[in-house]
Design a binder for this molecule. Structure first.
Ligand SMILES: *[C@@H]1O[C@H](CO)[C@@H](O)[C@H](O)[C@H]1NC(C)=O
Ligand SMILES: *[C@@H]1O[C@H](CO)[C@@H](O)[C@H](O)[C@H]1NC(C)=O
Ligand SMILES: *[C@@H]1O[C@H](CO)[C@@H](O)[C@H](O)[C@H]1NC(C)=O
Length: 422
């Protein structure tokens, strides 16, 4: 508390560098030490001076950074930006819609918290940012790719381009809608801690707001929870966001790891661990995520739970999404990095198949879209897609309390004799 975090970080970094850099210099040629230097530079750019820092029980340091000093304002187009402290409009039907029942369950989502809250909070006028460690950057294939998804990770359900699937090794079990103009999406997602077989794999559950065709200029806004040893250095389940305006190439990143998203909330840190987690045959915990386009200013806002408006992606970051989205997807994604013929045992969701149902399988419930008239409503014509249903599957449904919902996920690798899928 009250520690000048910038200075502290520099001391720690210098100590780590002292040992690592000398190894790099003696044992390995220039490449490694160039990466070390680039990592150092990158850390100085993305870790902003903190007003106060909170040590989280999971090993994270959460820096409370003055709202005007956040990474967004490194963006040349945001130099003169006036921060919007609230959206001009919420979607109609967000509050006080009796058809969206499940008030009691909404409570369970507000009891979900972030682990670092156990040791402190950020003051008003600051935003909490997970401090990036040197090791975080060094784990990345290159400093330039740190905080970015690998290219082409979005499933394209209708055509299911096999090249796309095999090139990336990414696998999905999703529900989706397309063929209309969409201005937002919402879902309540239960939270699990899927096990990850290899450290270069991940497992996540999220919604995608997509604009444009699936070409080099695909626009995407994404939010949900993820387990990613590569990005965070552990197996904790974390809240995350992502954006890109060029199909994961040069623009966009996770969380606040580049400039773009403008955060206004002092309670929730993107990339921080979520707690508690649902238990198999035990308590279920879910989070609510809403992303919508403010019809007045055009910015894309995000709300977490029923209380926390996190902030917004300015409209100018995007091309297609500057107008509207053309497709919404909800569901899980994992990376399968096994060589030919094998399949990873990395789990999706709870690691159990949809058939097992409530308390065992993972779900998205009360999935909704925001339509052209800014109404939040149940989507029409929901499709479902998975590349390999014997590894990860999806089953959609509809009922009074849960509206449109689906169960999804699975264990990944299956025994060789597999009666389930013929
Ligand atoms: C910001 O404001 C300054 C001074 O008014 C102006 O010179 C500059 O062009 C503006 N930058 C942007 C990106 O609008
Ligand atoms: C992906 O590659 C594997 C192994 O090379 C092959 O067996 C499989 O048929 C391919 N999948 C598709 C959808 O083409
Ligand atoms: C994450 O989980 C995998 C397997 O479940 C384990 O091998 C690995 O050591 C864990 N990583 C960390 C950083 O705890």
């Amino acid at each position: 508390m009250g520690v000048p975090a910038g200075a502290y970080g520099a001391v720690v970094a210098a100590l780590i560098c002292y040992s690592l850099c000398s190894i790099a210099a003696t044992e390995v040629a220039g490449g490694v030490s160039r990466k070390q230097t680039a990592a150092q530079k990158h850390l100085r750019r993305i870790n902003k001076p903190a007003v106060k820092s909170v040590q989280s029980p999971d090993g994270d340091v959460i820096d409370c950074v003055h709202i005007a000093h956040q990474p967004a304002f490194d963006h040349p187009f945001l130099k003169n930006h006036t921060i919007q402290l609230r959206p001009a409009f919420y979607p109609e039907g967000l509050y006080g819609d009796s058809k969206i029942a499940s008030k009691p369950s909404e409570k369970s989502s507000s009891s979900i918290d972030q682990l670092w809250h156990q040791n402190g909070r950020c003051p008003e006028g600051t935003i909490p940012i997970r401090r990036t460690k040197r090791e975080d950057v060094l784990r990345s294939s290159s400093v330039k790719r740190f905080g970015k998804k690998k290219h082409r990770t979005i499933p394209k359900p209708r055509s299911a381009d096999p090249e796309l699937i095999n090139e990336s090794g990414h696998q999905h079990a999703i529900a989706y809608v397309e063929g209309d103009k969409y201005y937002g999406a919402k879902a309540i997602i239960n939270v699990w801690e899927p096990s990850i077989q290899r450290s270069n794999e991940f497992s996540l559950s999220q919604l995608w707001i997509l604009g444009g065709s699936f070409g080099e200029d695909l626009n995407s806004i994404e939010a949900g929870w993820q387990v990613s040893p590569d990005l965070y250095g552990d197996n904790n389940t974390r809240l995350f966001t992502y954006w890109t305006s060029d199909a994961y190439q040069a623009t966009g990143c996770y969380n606040l790891l580049c400039s773009g998203f403008i955060q206004i909330n002092s309670n929730i840190a993107m990339g921080a661990s979520i707690s508690p987690i649902s238990e198999y045959s035990g308590s279920q915990y879910d989070i609510s995520i809403l992303v919508w386009k403010d019809p007045k200013e055009g910015n894309w806002w995000m709300q977490f739970g029923s209380d926390y408006v996190l902030g917004y992606w300015p409209s100018f970051l995007f091309s297609y999404l500057a107008d509207s989205a053309s497709m919404i997807e909800w569901g899980g994604e994992v990376v399968n990095s096994e060589p030919d013929g094998e399949h990873t045992a990395t789990q999706m969701g709870s690691g159990h198949f949809p058939e097992e149902g409530f308390g065992k399988a993972s779900y998205f419930r009360n999935i909704q879209i925001v339509d052209e008239s800014n109404n939040l409503r149940s989507p029409k014509g929901i499709g479902a897609f998975t590349e390999q249903s014997n590894c990860y599957d999806v089953q959609t449904g509809n009922n009074g309390d849960w509206g449109s919902y689906f169960y999804y996920g699975g264990p990944g690798e299956m025994p060789i004799v597999n009666t389930r899928n013929g």
